[in-house]
Design a protein around this ligand. Structure first.
Ligand SMILES: CC(C)(COP(=O)(O)OP(=O)(O)OC[C@H]1O[C@@H](n2cnc3c(N)ncnc32)[C@H](O)[C@@H]1OP(=O)(O)O)[C@@H](O)C(=O)NCCC(=O)NCCS
Length: 160
């Protein structure tokens, strides 16, 4: 599949809502929540006033002029938060475009950007049942940092 990775333009930030919704992990057999769930405060922190924070960066994958995936970073008090200097990451790729290397390419671009911006490490949270994402993050060099009953927090050092 031919795709192009680029930074999301400010005029496209509204599309983060879709990718936030797609980033919600749905366990096998579970019903997808209503889209309104993204307006809950614990999800809004991923996207509200995006662009204003010092670690607000987003890369998108484009196929035939359509955005089909996004990876973004932000210092925020989300599930993956470890301290006030470490950006947390969020990621999703539309269903029909998965397994083509898009998430890997998005994450590599985002990690390079954060490294160039002098962030020391990044973190994220992932549901323990989300084996696809855990596999992807391990391949990218993320290590488990902490866990609770249902989630891992994983981190990756990006500056030595
Ligand atoms: C997880 C997700 C982002 C992966 O996107 P993707 O573009 O398909 O990922 P890639 O093609 O770059 O996959 C890279 C590697 O991750 C692993 N992987 C990805 N999807 C997988 C799956 N369904 N099952 C098992 N391993 C998987 C594989 O090791 C894969 O390498 P391979 O294809 O050479 O075997 C995508 O499935 C998604 O958007 N899921 C829903 C939202 C989500 O879970 N976001 C993360 C929340 S923490």
């Amino acid at each position: 599949m031919n795709f192009k990775i680029r930074e999301m333009q400010v005029s496209e930030y509204g599309e983060l809502e879709n990718f936030l919704y797609e980033a919600i992990f749905i366990p096998a057999g579970a019903v997808k929540p209503a889209r309104e769930i993204i307006y809950q405060p614990e999800l809004q922190i991923y996207i509200k006033n995006f662009g204003e924070g010092p670690a607000d960066f987003c890369f998108v994958a484009e196929v035939e002029n359509k955005i089909v995936g996004a990876a973004w970073s932000r210092i925020m008090n989300d599930y993956g938060h470890i301290d006030d200097k470490t950006p947390s990451l969020a990621l999703s790729v539309l269903k029909n475009f998965r397994r083509a290397g898009i998430a890997t390419a998005l994450m590599k671009n985002l990690l390079e950007k954060l490294s160039a911006e002098n962030f020391q490490r990044v973190s994220l949270s992932v549901q323990k049942e989300n084996l696809a994402a855990i596999e992807l993050y391990k391949k990218l060099g993320f290590k488990i940092f902490n866990e609770n009953e249902s989630e891992y927090i994983m981190i990756k050092k990006i500056l030595q």
